[in-house]
Design a protein around this ligand. Structure first.
Ligand SMILES: *[C@@H]1O[C@H](CO)[C@@H](O)[C@H](O)[C@H]1NC(C)=O
Ligand SMILES: *[C@@H]1O[C@H](CO)[C@@H](O)[C@H](O)[C@H]1NC(C)=O
Ligand SMILES: *[C@@H]1O[C@H](CO)[C@@H](O)[C@H](O)[C@H]1NC(C)=O
Length: 277
């Protein structure tokens, strides 16, 4: 009897230890590569979260086939694609710690985020991450925000990009070009348009505003998306509002040829676009 009781107590203790170990593992995973990659700053000084739209009007499709993509979206409307590729390895390599360790000394080219006056500044990646990658002060409306998107040196960053699996949907007669970026909460690109493409969020969230080619949005080319959202967006009649949605980490937004679009990073975000042209 004492022996049996001892064994039962040992079993209970082992089960308890197993539960603690499993929970600790889950917590680590949530805070680590499956979480924010170390990119989000929390605690005192963290800004109020930027909000997602009230109503996402872009369809989300999981496991879409290529023929469905071509038939329903490629030439007619945006769509958010889920479960297309497994980029978990690329995602792990894009954590703050891993990127700083591999590319901290590389010089990156930063741009100001407005439609015309793109000012370019070259800075070591580590300095950018440590000094400039803070959330936008809402009062300055991100006017002079320098951020890292595009202008990538593909030979220097090849060891990272080789692990990225782009969306497997190509369009006849187009070639693909990547554009990789990391930007602070509140940053984004104001309205513009170009050829079709995909934009995948690796960490963080990115809110999109889209208009079809025939519907030129009302916006000031020298103002940021955040300024537009605060000043112009609330004045728009329902019929003049853009198509909106917030793309979550692991999702890919497709935008067709010549669709107007503006973006706003709701968190510090890591993202990569594949342009078809
Ligand atoms: C934006 O920057 C320009 C020049 O750098 C300045 O003239 C303008 O007042 C700024 N606008 C806002 C809203 O801060
Ligand atoms: C990319 O980096 C390499 C190696 O540092 C350098 O020689 C080259 O000039 C860079 N290319 C561009 C376009 O900056
Ligand atoms: C935007 O800024 C550029 C450069 O600062 C200036 O030349 C242009 O007139 C401005 N555009 C508008 C519409 O104010």
């Amino acid at each position: 009897m004492p022996r049996g009781g001892g064994l039962m107590a040992l079993g209970a203790r082992l089960r308890f230890l197993l539960a603690v170990w499993t929970l600790a593992g889950l917590a680590r995973r949530n805070a680590g590569e499956a979480g924010d990659g170390g990119w989000q700053r929390r605690g005192p000084g963290a800004p109020a979260a930027l909000a997602e739209e009230q109503c996402c009007a872009v369809e989300r499709r999981a496991d879409l086939s290529y023929s469905e993509f071509v038939q329903h979206y490629a030439f007619s409307r945006p769509v958010i694609l889920q479960g297309l590729t497994d980029n978990s390895r690329f995602r792990a390599l894009c954590s703050r710690e891993r990127l700083l360790a591999s590319f901290g000394d590389n010089v990156v080219r930063l741009s100001t985020a407005n439609t015309y006056s793109y000012r370019k500044v070259d800075l070591p990646f580590q300095e950018y991450v440590e000094r400039l990658l803070y959330p936008q002060d809402p009062t300055s409306l991100g006017n002079n925000t320098l951020y890292f998107f595009g202008d990538n040196n593909f030979s220097e960053w090849a060891s990272l990009f080789q692990h990225y699996s782009p969306p497997p949907f190509s369009l006849l007669g187009t070639t693909t070009a990547y554009s990789f970026g990391i930007a602070g909460a509140g940053s984004g690109v104001p309205f513009h348009w170009h050829g079709p493409g995909f934009s995948e969020v690796i960490y963080g969230r990115k809110r999109w505003f889209l208009y079809p080619p025939e519907k030129t949005p009302e916006f000031h080319p020298n103002k940021t998306t955040l300024a537009w959202l605060q000043d112009v967006y609330p004045t728009l009649a329902p019929s003049a509002r853009p198509l909106e949605c917030t793309v979550q980490a692991g999702e890919v937004l497709y935008f067709p040829d010549r669709w107007w679009h503006a973006t706003l990073n709701l968190d510090t975000s890591v993202f990569i676009s594949t342009f078809l042209s």
